[in-house]
Ligand binder design. Sequence first.
Ligand code: HEC
Ligand code: HEC
Length: 439
Amino acid sequence: MIAAALALSACGGGGNSTSSAVTAPAIPSSPAIPLSLAAQVGEKIFSDTTLSGSGKMSCATCHAQSAAYGPPNDLAVQLGGTDLKAPGTRAVPSLRYKEFTPPYADLLDNPDGISVPGPGGGYTWDGRAATLADQAKIPLLAPNEMANASAADVVAKLQAAPYAELFRQAFGSAIFGKTDSAFSSALQALQAYQLEDPDFHPYSSKFDLYAGNKIGGTLTMAEVRGMKVLTDPNSGNCASCHYQGAGLNGSSALFTDFSYQAIGVPRNVAIQANADPTYFDLGLCGPLRTDHPAAPGNAFCGMVKAPTLRNVATRKSFFHNGVMHSLEQVIRFYNTRDTLPEIWYPTVGGTPKATADPSFPTYGLITTQYVGGTVQKFNDLPPQFVGNIDTQMPMDGRAAHSRPPMSEQNIADLLCFLNTLTDGYKAPATSPTSGACIQ
Ligand code: HEC
Ligand code: HEC
C-alpha cells in the first residue's frame, strides 16, 4: 500500500494560497510508559471536585473523557462559579491533540512552510496561555469556572486531599511550605498529565489506521471524496486552516495549523454576556486577552484559533461561541455564509413571511424568511473590524444568491470524512458494501 497523501493548501493571515502535497507521517506508537509522579498527581487533580468554590466542579466536569475531553452536553457555554450558576462566555474545546501547540506569536511560521507567517499557537480560543500549565491557572481561579478564592485556597485544598502524600513525593516534602511553589507544581502536574497520558493523544481514529497503512484503515469511496473536498482549494479548502501535515515529532496530521482567522461566526444570543449590545468577543483583541487593543485598524480583532478537526464529529456545540449544534450545519455555514447570509444572520426592517417559500432552506440559524429589510451580516463584529474577515475559500466573499462552492454531494462526503477523525475506531469484521458513507 502507498502512504496516505493529502494535498495541502497554504494558509496565511492574509489569504494568499498555493498548494503542494504532503505525506502523512508515521503515527507515534504509545508504549505503556507509566505516568510520572507529577502526571499521577495531575490525574487526581483533573477530576477532584473539592478543588472548586462550589465543591462540585473539576476539570473533568467541562472536559469529559467520554467526549474527547470536550463538553459532555450541548450547551454553548457551561455554568460554573460557587453556585454553579455563573455562565461562561466561550464553548469548551477538546483537550485532545494539544501536545504540539507552540506558544502564541503574532508572526508564527506556519507549519505548512508555505504560508506567510501570521498569528498562531497558544492555548484557549485566543492563545493567551503559552503552556498547558499556564492555562490550568485560568479555570482554577476564574469566578465563573472553578472559582477558588486564590492560589492559597487551592493549595490548602490540595494539602487536605487524599493524594497530598503523592503530591509531596512528586514535588518534595516541603512543597506545601510555599504557596507559590505548591500552586505552580499543581499546574505542572496538570500539564504533565495531559502530555503523558496517551488518552489525550490516542491517534486511534479510522484516519490514523489509514494514514499508518494499518489493517482496517481503508477509506470508503465516500470518505476519500470527502478528504478531497477538505483539501481542494476550489471547494472545501478546509485544509488551508485545519491541516497540519508532516511530522511535528513524528505526529500524524493534527487537523489544525494553529493559525487565527476571523470567519464571521454569527452572534450567539444564548450567551448571557451578549445581552449587552456593546459586548463583543474579539478573540485576539479581548476582552479575555489584553495585549492587542480593540482599536480601529487593528487587523487582529475578531480572530480566533482554528481548532483541530479531530473528534469534531463528537461535539454538540461548535465555534468559540457554541452558536451551532450540528456538524452538518457548520459545513453548510461555510458553504452559504456569503451566498445565503439571511439564513445565518438576523434581518432588520423587513416583513416576515407567514410561510416561507419551499425553496427557503431550513438548515440555517434563521428559519423565517423576510421580504425586504437588511441582513446584519457579521453581526458579532463591530463594523470597523469587518475588513478583518478572511477571504479564502470556501468563504471567498462571493455574491448573495450566487452558486455556493460545495455541492450537496461534497457536503455529504465531507461529513463522511470528518467522521473518520473520531478516536476509538474499531474496524468491522466484514466491510459493509452499502449504507451511508460507503459508495
Ligand atoms: C466551567 C468549565 C471549565 C472547567 C471547569 C475547566 N475548563 Fe478548560 N476550558 C473551558 C473553556 C470555556 C475553555 C476556552 C477558554 C477560552 O478560550 O478563553 C477552556 C480551555 C481549556 C484549554 C485550552 C484548550 C485549547 O484548545 O487551547 C485547556 C488546556 C483546558 N481548558 C484545561 C483545563 C484544565 C486543566 C482544567 C482544570 C484545572 C479546566 N480546563 C477546567 C472550560 C472549562
Ligand atoms: C480561513 C481559515 C479556515 C477555513 C478555510 C476553514 N476553517 Fe474551520 N475554523 C476556522 C476558525 C478560525 C475556526 C474558529 C472560528 C470561531 O470559533 O469563531 C474554525 C472552526 C471550525 C469548526 C468548529 C470546531 C469546534 O471545535 O467548535 C469546524 C467544525 C470547522 N471549522 C470545520 C471546517 C470545515 C469543514 C472547513 C471546510 C469546509 C473549514 N472549517 C474551513 C478557520 C477555517
